[in-house]
Design a protein around this ligand. Structure first.
Ligand code: LIP
Length: 264
């Protein structure tokens, strides 16, 4: 039987190396950046350097296996593909907010089987191997036991395009009276890890790249969360990512749909 755990070891080791690089770059210079899809969608020199390091190390440790990365692209193929977000939470990184990650996942035929999400600012390492559970620094993770939607903490995010942000804001306004509270932390991989650890009871966002959810989605699922990746939530929109503790998953999914999440 295929054992994905050695792939987690590789993702963990490389994630730490790339994380150390982005920390050095953050500490040593004013962070320069370019913009991508909009003036607020930024990429820094550290994003590029981190992805370069990950690609180089994967070519050494796993020669010939394809890589899909946020900054240099690539495709997911049959068989094994590495999926990399060199800095997830780039805006946080740019502003010096210590909530960003290096996210590395291994996918088999497009399904995540191993993942590591490393927090350079704290040294925390989130990991999962399909079928073997998920961990924070080696300690097993489990989602929250909440069963009351009105007492749940919901994480979310915004797209970069202004016209979509307004529609999303209307949805979150509708959700504000249905849950305990809302959190917008700015790094999807860590939002998904927060669901895995019970720091959030649920998380939902549109428009994520595969690199944003490839590792964090597996970590959340292996911790017991209901996880619906893009393309599997018709009522929430074809590009929706959803993760929730099982005790509130159906109620949260329905409330988001009622508040127009599927129409943004
Ligand atoms: C970010 C995501 C976040 C989303 C941001 C951005 P990046 O990824 O982690 O959840 O709201 O718009 O997409 O660009 O920092 O890798």
């Amino acid at each position: 039987m295929f054992d994905p755990r050695p792939l987690v070891d590789i993702a963990t080791a490389i994630g730490r190396e790339a994380g150390a690089l982005v920390q050095r770059m953050r500490a040593s210079a004013v962070v320069s950046f370019d913009t991508k899809s909009t003036s607020t969608d930024v990429v820094t020199a550290a994003d590029r350097a981190s992805e370069q390091l990950v690609r180089t190390r994967l070519s050494e440790l796993r020669p010939g296996e394809p890589v899909l990365g946020e900054e240099e692209g690539g495709t997911v193929v049959e068989g094994l593909t590495w999926v990399v977000d060199p800095i997830d939470g780039t805006v946080n990184y740019l502003y010096g907010i210590p909530w960003y990650s290096v996210s590395i996942a291994a996918q088999l035929d497009g399904e995540s089987v191993a993942g590591a999400v490393f927090e350079p600012a704290t040294g925390r390492m989130w990991t999962a191997a399909r079928g073997y559970g998920s961990f924070l620094d080696g300690v097993p993770l489990g989602v929250s036991a909440t069963t009351d939607l009105s007492l749940s903490l919901l994480g979310y995010g915004f797209a970069y395009r202004p016209e979509r942000r307004q529609r999303q804001a209307d949805t979150w306004a509708g959700m504000a009276t249905r849950v305990r509270d809302l959190r917008r932390a700015g790094a999807a991989s860590l939002d998904l890890c927060s669901v895995a650890s019970g720091r959030l009871d649920a998380y939902a966002e549109h428009g994520l790249g595969r690199w944003d959810w490839a590792a964090g989605g597996l970590i959340a699922a292996e911790a017991g969360a209901v996880v619906r990746l893009p393309g599997s939530s018709p009522e929430l929109g074809e590009d929706a990512t959803f993760a929730a503790a099982p005790g509130i998953a159906d109620a949260m999914y329905g409330a988001l749909a009622e508040c127009g999440f599927g129409k943004v």
